[in-house]
Design a protein around this ligand. Sequence first.
Ligand code: SF4
Ligand code: SF4
Length: 737
Amino acid sequence: LQKTTDCIFIFTPGPESRGNCFDYHLGSAYIIACLKANGFHAQQYIRNDPARLEVCTREIINFNPKIAGFTVYDSNYNISVLIADQIKKLSPRTIIVFGGPCSSVHHDFIMNTCSFVDGCFINEGEETFLEFITRLSAANFRYEETDLSSIAGLSYRQSNRIFRNPENRIWRNHSDSRNFLDNFPSPYLSGVIPPEEGHNAGILTARGCNQNCVYCNCAVLSNRKISTHSVERVISELDFISHFLKGNQILTFQDDTFTLIPNRAAEICKVITDHRIKVRLSCITRCDCVDESLLDKMKEAGFVSLTFSLESAIPKILRKIGKVHVAEDFPSDSMEKEIRFIESFNRVAAYAKKIGINSIITSVMVGLPGESLSEANQTIEAVDRNSNIDHYSHNFLKIFKGTPLSIDYEKYGYKLRYLNNNPVFVRMTYPEDFVRKVFISPKSHLHSLKKDNDKSSLNILSLIPQNKGVPGFSNIILQADHVQGEFVKWLKEILDINGTIIQLYSGEKAINSLSDSNYEKFIKYSSPSLNIRNYYLEESGDARLLLSSESVLLKSYSESENIKICGIGQIRSGLENPAVKFMKTLAREENHKDSVAAHSLLCEVGRAKNPFLFLTGKKALPYFANMCKWTRNLANCVARKTLIINEKNEVRFCWYGSVTGSVGQSYKEIISCLDSEIQKTKNRRDCARCKEESNCIKCPFPFPLPEAEYCEDKKTTDTIRAAELIIGLDQIKQIFY
Ligand code: SF4
Ligand code: SF4
């Protein structure tokens, strides 16, 4: 990347992102390609490793950008605001602008509440941004002296006043928007997005949607118009990218509805096949915009995954949301269209499955206008019974500003509450308690979400060491019912952007009554992450269960479905029993007996002819926390990536470790406190003169094992190979579980 630029575009990660990465974004790549074609230096800020606010901001400022442009969605709004504010503080001359769906909808709120934002772009950015930067460049980037009036689609601040220019209707006003998008250079062919990133960023064949669904913000943002690329342009991008995709990687068409113009979709598929382009494709579309012949062409072209949006299988509800016919509360006819829509959904799903398209997905929306709980259940049961549907996304209706429903939602009994008075963060109350009462089929994405979250939480809770990377904590484990403002403010200094926060509540009552107000505090005090997982502890026989907020929703309260925490001593005999399933068990050394059991297991593994087979022969092994103390250097107190914080604001690196800091201390202070604890330990034990010095991790907190016993075991037995093998297996299990 070039180290000085006219404009840097930033797409901050949010809770729905791939880890902590600052990824390529297709929308901003279109703008960058336009700017580059017109002689400006523009690039995206890309970061593949986690980093704290301070590190990211410094790196962005080091590009000396004249403009920093943020691509903002509701999900990454908080982090975008946080980084933008920091850039302005450290580099007041950098012009900060927001674009993307959130900016298009909430520009008034952003301009009124974020004084560090100089401008908000509304709707498509290519031509507006080009005009913006051209005028600034002509004024040598003296922002206050640049005439920004009459740039359509811009709201801006000058001399502490906010101006709102007329709406941008660039392609919507063209009488023929066919192939209009070809006016913009390809982000891939112009080198803005590397082709090997195609499976992450996707491609676009058309923008916009002309349908009438009353809840949909895509249709609102495109003003119900469609603009397309030519078939030739789509094919040239696809052909280029296809040579760089590996194995099972799938390229997604990011169009709102790919087959909205079926003939055009058929032509694209035919040319892909004729040109023998080998690529695995996916898209979202409507069941009434495909038929058997188009599905055959799509299969031949390489489609392996299709999503048909359904929302409801009740004709009356489909009419109310305007899915097929203009929305009506009281149907004016026999609802033939809706009945046909549901029939075509079943027919095309069956046909797509029959011809071998691997993954058929749909979406269901719960809590639609006028819908009863029993009608919502009927829709989900229909999807559940339909063997041609592999998965569905289980969504709850949200009301987006600007949609028809945002005007008359009150008549359906919905109530909206803005968290922290911020319209980006809306909490909805439905006329019935859909969220907790509705049936959730095993095909719902909520099950896979819970599984993925639990898996990653097990990784964090077992303190499995992670890549060291740049200094900063990637994970916080908060053992408290209440979140305090000071705690959230402190996270900005120590936690990586979009790092994981696991909050462990004392019980179900606490999680239910406090999680919303805690979330509001994370927003209010600008948390560097809203990637928050809520769990509560429940005693269950001789173990404790960790139930997530998803467990409550999915009504899964059993040991087999949730994370179980118990002492190693307890599970020792179970290890020999093939019938016992340990996949989600976290075994810890909680008392002296556990430590003895852990040590004897390590000795046994060490004596085995083939330690790997010895361990894997034990069926599903649990996760072992505290194994790190028996290794050479695999531990959280070495990698320093996870912090444990309790109700008293005390900070620890290890479940049973001493307090090594408190909330409010700087990153450096916490690290130096740990370093001094380690040094004191080494001096006390006289490690420098120990024969194990180079092989021993010198665990500063071997509790519950007395220090002398720990050293004795370390000196008399070889635990390293066995412990490191167990930790390695914990990491491998992450892939398969
Ligand atoms: S203090 Fe000991 S048990 Fe804790 S992370 Fe470090 S080595 Fe592991
Ligand atoms: S065995 Fe004890 S004394 Fe020896 S290096 Fe390890 S911690 Fe230090």
